[in-house]
Design a protein around this ligand. Structure first.
Ligand code: GLN
Length: 376
């Protein structure tokens, strides 16, 4: 029997608020058919423009999903932050930072332009990402791609495959990226054979993910490198914080300034139609919708991120509920005792460090920064 209208509305209201919010985004933004599917890599042009999926992972490992969150698509430029983090942890910050800058370029992602030192502007544009793949190739040789694939799988919490057709299609048509590769090699940023490095880069761009995967990958970035679903420490907090930094300044290409001004959440997009957004200590969002705007960013994905930021007031520079963070909340029980705790502490040989912080998704329960529910 069909439920009465009031009953079904009651059921909808009983969904978690986050899921209701994602449902709303899905309904509101599905009719938006602006933008175009990328076809400069011919195989990408075959994507179904109607596909639309949104995943959101909180740091307690809960994943909320609406729409086409199980449809695989190629990660493309969303691989860049992860490979940059991997390069930092594999070769050391000194080596990586001596080869690749961290300034926004203000240029499109595929610009053939280097900075005044003849280095890539940052690791989020193609030149910097190809340099990162080159560094991994320097360290791992012919095992470089497999090393990258496995690392990305740890971010996602599962083994990730490759779309061989997209890889072959990009390899067959990727002369602009080859031009960037030769420019890097003549400036000694790339030390290895350009063709070998480019094959690593093209393959890493063809790794298959879903909106759900990208939400978890983003949440791992938001969680100082610990995958909130598997519990694995995937990268060091140093690599993650530097990666989030360049996502903040350069993740959305020549839209990056506008993005951080309006949305205020570190993010990265890919021409496959994905956007991932990582709000430190809060959440990871992954969306998939293949129609892109003129900057190469998913039209609906941008709308989802804008809605998330404004609905929950998540701009990262508009925080007031985090005052009790781990720095000011570290104290020794012996110096600051409650009566019961002081008794216990005095029985210990060394004072115990207590660390408190707001629960990972307290924001979801509480929208008011002054509410006591938000406090650790
Ligand atoms: N593989 C794509 C390229 O290098 C990645 C670009 C992107 O996603 N913005 O052109």
């Amino acid at each position: 029997m069909k439920p009465a209208a009031s009953e079904s509305a009651g059921w909808a209201n009983s969904k978690p608020p986050l899921l209701r919010f994602l449902d709303r985004c899905y309904l509101d933004f599905s009719p938006d058919t602006a933008g175009a599917v990328a076809d400069y890599i011919p195989e990408l042009g075959k994507a179904d423009p109607e596909h639309f999926g949104i995943g959101l992972a909180t740091l307690d490992g809960h994943v909320y999903e609406v729409g086409d969150t199980k449809i695989p698509f190629t990660i493309q430029s969303m691989s860049k932050p992860f490979v940059f983090a991997l390069a930092l942890d594999t070769l050391g910050a000194g080596r990586v930072e001596s080869a690749i800058g961290v300034e926004p370029s203000g240029d499109p992602f595929n610009s053939i332009r280097l900075n005044a030192e003849n280095h890539p502007f940052n690791p989020m544009v193609n030149a910097g990402a190809i340099a990162c793949s080159g560094l991994i190739h320097e360290a791992k040789g012919s095992a470089a791609f497999e090393y990258i694939r496995q690392a990305l799988g740890r971010f996602a919490g599962r083994e990730l495959g490759v779309d061989e057709a997209v890889y072959a299609s990009e390899s067959a048509t990727g002369d602009r990226n080859r031009a960037i590769g030769y420019l890097l090699r003549t400036n000694a940023v790339l030390k290895d054979n350009v063709a070998s490095v480019l094959e690593v880069y093209f393959r890493q761009c063809a790794i298959l993910v879903t909106a759900r995967d990208t939400a978890i990958m983003a949440a791992t970035l938001a969680n100082r490198g610990v995958n909130p679903v598997t519990g694995e420490q995937v990268m060091t907090p140093y690599a993650i914080s530097r990666t989030l930094s360049v996502m903040t300044s350069s993740g959305m290409y020549d839209y990056a300034g506008e993005w951080i001004y309006r949305v205020g959440i570190p993010a990265k997009s890919g021409v496959g139609g994905g956007i991932l957004a990582a709000l430190p200590a809060r959440l990871g969002l992954g969306s998939y919708s293949p129609r892109l705007d003129k900057h190469g960013n998913s039209v609906r994905g941008i709308k989802v991120c804008e809605a998330l930021s404004s609905h929950y007031d998540l701009h990262m520079l508009n925080r007031s509920d985090d005052a009790r963070n781990s720095i000011i909340a570290d104290y020794t029980i012996a110096k600051n005792p409650s009566r019961r705790a002081a008794g216990r502490a005095s029985r210990r040989s060394s004072p115990r460090i207590i660390r408190t912080f707001a629960s990972s998704n307290s924001w979801a329960r509480c929208r008011s920064p002054t509410s006591t529910m938000c406090r650790g």
